[in-house]
Design a protein around this ligand. Structure first.
Ligand code: FE2
Length: 377
């Protein structure tokens, strides 16, 4: 079935304009902000902290093209943010979604069974007003609905513009393509149903453990999308294998379900990955020669011509997958904090709208090599 037709089946009781921001709870937001600036090329954007009368927590907002990330740390032991960090380590707490009407979004979702995180709340300053509301999703992760049509200030009320004498060259990251959640054993369908019933999403792609497996481990995945296709949330659950899967490792170290990776889109993955590597970002190991030898056949099968030089892609460890609509190039970082939990994917789509299913095996074998080094396979 054509994707457009599938997307039309999504319910429109929760129209989403896009991803608004992604908020991380981290142990040391000041240092994390420096890392995301220097390594990923994010720019300073907004700030709140003691200087702006925020006594509970400090937040740095970073921007690159359409992507906004917020890095938040508590300022005292009494902040509830500590509990999240103690349990999960650094990780993503909030996936904020941009809406026309935050109160209606909250009513539509809570009346369908969502657990409330934040009742509709009006925040204002001299630049206007913002309404936010929120609901829980898997684990302790939440969705916040942001209505900002009456706001002209930088980011949100309570924040001030953050100017820094240190800025880096962007690396070409443009927008969030998809964000993946890892959930517990036998919980994938529960969360698929949550996104269908509570948020009006549709399931437009599914992968079972027969498709996603290696000699040692397996997982299952279903991709959920909202009606305009702008928001895509694949949901993974572990499956039985001979050894421990990467999803189980994540669940052990995050101590529960949470966001596994953010996939960010670029128009020029060769330039982006070259810059990221030169700034110290580590990626999963390059697949063996046989992988790259098979690529031309996989493209030919679908009548696509690779515009990029395959040796360059191989040199950078970039993976290639093709489907009937086109091809895609992708690569995965190693975990971005000490616990083997959250990582980034860099993706360039040349027509293809899939998720790199043809790369799953190569990718997982690469992750298993890392797990073996950590003693968690
Ligand atoms: Fe992905």
């Amino acid at each position: 079935m054509k994707l457009e037709k599938i997307f039309k089946e999504a319910k429109d009781f929760l129209p989403l304009l896009g991803t608004d921001y992604v908020e991380f709870y981290v142990g040391n937001a000041k240092q994390a902000a420096h890392f995301y600036k220097s390594a990923f090329g994010f720019q300073s954007y907004a700030y709140k902290g003691l200087e702006t009368n925020s006594t509970d927590c400090v937040s740095y907002v970073l921007v690159q093209d359409k992507i906004k990330i917020v890095l938040t740390s508590p300022l005292s032991s009494s902040s509830s943010i500590n509990d999240h960090i103690v349990k999960h380590g650094d990780g993503i707490k909030i996936i904020a979604l941009w809406v026309e009407d935050a109160e209606k979004s909250w009513k539509e979702t809570t009346s369908r069974g969502a657990k409330s995180y934040m009742q509709p709340t009006l925040e204002k300053d001299e630049h206007g007003e913002v309404v936010r509301s929120g609901i829980y999703t898997y684990g302790e992760t939440v969705h916040i609905f942001v209505e900002r049509k009456n706001y002209k200030g930088v980011f949100l009320p309570g924040f001030q513009k953050w100017s820094s004498s240190y800025e880096t060259e962007p690396t070409g990251l443009k927008y969030i393509d998809h964000m993946v959640g890892n959930v517990g054993w036998n919980e994938m369908n529960k969360w698929v149903k949550f996104y269908e019933d509570v948020m009006g999403f549709v399931n437009f792609l599914s992968f079972d453990d027969k498709q996603i497996n290696t000699e040692y481990s397996a997982l299952m995945s279903k991709v959920m999308s909202n009606g305009n296709g702008r928001i895509k949330f694949p949901i993974n659950e572990p499956a039985e294998g001979k050894k421990k899967s990467q999803i189980e490792e994540y669940l052990d170290f995050y101590e529960g379900p949470g966001v596994q990776h953010i996939a960010v889109a670029t128009d020029d993955i060769i330039s982006t990955v070259t810059k990221l590597r030169s700034r110290g970002i580590e990626f999963l190991s390059t697949p063996p020669d046989e992988y790259y030898k098979a690529v031309p056949f996989r493209l030919e099968e679908h009548n696509h011509e690779l515009k990029e030089d395959i040796e360059t892609l191989k040199g950078l460890g970039i993976l290639i997958d093709a489907d009937e609509e086109g091809y895609l190039l992708q690569i995965f970082t190693k975990p971005l904090q000490d616990r083997p939990t959250l990582f980034f994917e860099i993706i360039q789509r040349v027509g293809a709208r899939g998720f790199g299913a043809g790369n799953f095996k190569a990718l997982f074998e690469s992750i298993e090599r890392e797990q073996a080094k950590r003693g968690t396979l």
